[in-house]
Design a protein around this ligand. Structure first.
Ligand code: GDP
Ligand code: MG
Length: 439
């Protein structure tokens, strides 16, 4: 999905004016991209209709940069499609709060039971009791018990002979005795939706009256996941969805269709097999991820607000003639910092989400301040001609900036590398027309 949408978006971003024809072309591309991504047909149809209405309407024509505005419309509509605002998890006023996990075999129920318990304890300071109600496979009980050990959390089970309704009922009594404020019930799954399974789940539901029924679905199964969600919702009236294996899902079809089809929100996303890889689901972030463009719009806005056109031109000239100095460097840093917290900015850069290393990279404000201090401790001449900075000058600069000689060395080295890179970049761009910098 991302690839196709991205190229369409690229085409339209630069446009100063968007004609009705442009919108038509773009929506056609978006429609194909969504269908390719396995998004439910009816969902796509409605979505495209809304985008068209908004895109050809006043909203776009009156804005200064219609191309960006269209993308914004698409992103907002994708966000709305997935439920808009992030939803909450129930808290019963008569503890324990009971959460029932349901879903097909292999969807990730047991794993998510552990993850959710971990989340509730870590983020909300709760003490959950895990309940093993999948009595059909001994391995399923073991699996949950192992998770309980890893988390040092209690697991309630009565073996494979007991009835799941009894287990769940007794577990809740036990939780009251032990002051567990959440009870998470891991139920059995089947390979397909069938009446036996649904009957059993319905019985558990009637007896324990859960505050939440979370349906766990595998994002990688795409449209099947949506169909599964539809039938579970019809029969059990689920309260929310956990979308697992989103780490392996490249199309986003399930994420985009589930809310529209079931009218139930996706509450959590499973991002890996580990117990801490469960995240509250954010529709807006997912929309960005699907568009594969980070939060391009706000990045563009921020950059435009802060980089003075003339300054940018001067800088380009300096890069070209290689007369870029530490003074310019300092000025650049100032501009970048005016844009806001750096890690926030970094996350808005397209593609960063895909690059694991970068995403986790910590941008250290302190380090930046040190760099500033070092440059400020240089004399005017040193800033213009860093070549003259010898050992004794380095010592003086380090002392003046409260850093060390090796930190000064590192900055000098980075500066040289940066200049080299600029040279390569400007060489590459020679012959190409157009100005401004690529974000
Ligand atoms: P259940 O049959 O519904 O209880 O499913 P399990 O919890 O046993 O999970 C089935 C498999 O999916 C296991 O190998 C899990 O490690 C894996 N799994 C669960 N959630 C995720 C996830 O978010 N990402 C990835 N990559 N694997 C997951
Ligand atoms: Mg299981």
């Amino acid at each position: 999905l991302a690839d196709r949408l991205q190229s369409t978006m690229k085409k339209i971003t630069g446009k100063g004016k968007v004609s009705e024809q442009d919108v038509k072309e773009m929506t056609r591309e978006v429609r194909l991209a969504l269908l390719e991504a396995d998004v439910n047909f009816k969902v796509v149809k409605d979505l495209i209709k809304r985008i068209k209405e908004r895109a050809v309407g006043q909203e776009v024509m009156e804005s200064l940069t219609p191309g960006q505005q269209v993308i914004k419309v698409v992103k907002e509509e994708l966000t709305n499609l997935m439920g808009g605002e992030q939803s909450k998890i129930a808290v019963s006023d008569r503890p324990p709060t009971v959460i029932m996990m349901v879903g097909l075999q292999g969807a990730g129920k047991t794993t998510t039971t552990g993850k959710l318990a971990n989340h509730l304890r870590k983020k909300h300071n709760r003490s959950p009791l895990l309940v093993a109600c999948d009595v059909y496979r001994p391995a399923a009980i073991n699996q949950l018990e192992t998770l309980g050990q890893q988390l040092s959390m209690p697991v309630f089970s009565m073996g494979t002979e007991a009835n799941p309704v009894d287990i769940a009922t007794k577990a809740i009594e036990k939780a009251k005795e032990e002051y567990n404020d959440y009870v998470i019930i891991d139920t059995a799954g089947r390979l397909h939706v069938d009446t036996d399974l649904m009957d059993e789940l319905q019985q558990i539901k009637e007896n324990v009256k859960p505050d939440e029924i979370f349906l766990v679905v595998d994002a990688m199964t795409g449209q099947d996941a949506v169909n599964v969600a539809e039938s579970f919702n019809e029969q059990l009236d689920i309260t929310g969805v956990v979308l697992t294996k989103l780490d392996g899902d490249t199309r986003g079809g399930a994420a985009l269709s589930i809310k529209a089809v079931t009218d139930k929100s996706i509450k959590f996303a499973g991002m890996g097999e580990k117990l801490d890889q469960l995240e509250p689901f954010h529709p807006e972030r997912m929309a960005s991820r699907i568009l594969g463009m980070g939060d391009v719009l706000s990045l563009i806005e921020k950059a435009q607000a802060n980089v003075d056109e003339k300054q940018a031109k001067d800088l380009e000239e300096k890069m070209r003639t290689m007369s870029f100095t530490f003074d310019d460097f300092l000025e650049q840093m100032g501009q970048v910092r005016n844009m806001g917290p750096l890690d926030e900015l970094i996350n808005m850069i397209p593609g960063v989400n895909k690059m694991k290393g970068l995403k986790n990279a910590q941008i250290d404000e302190k380090q930046l301040s040190q760099v500033e201090a070092i440059i400020q401790s240089m004399t005017k001449k040193e800033r213009q001609e860093p070549g003259i900075i010898n050992a004794s000058r380095k010592k003086r600069i380090a002392k003046g900036s409260g850093t060390t000689v090796s930190q000064v060395n590192r900055l000098l080295k980075q500066f040289n590398e940066m200049k080299k890179m600029m040279k390569q970049m400007t060489n590459m761009q020679k012959g190409k027309k157009g100005k401004g910098f690529n974000l």
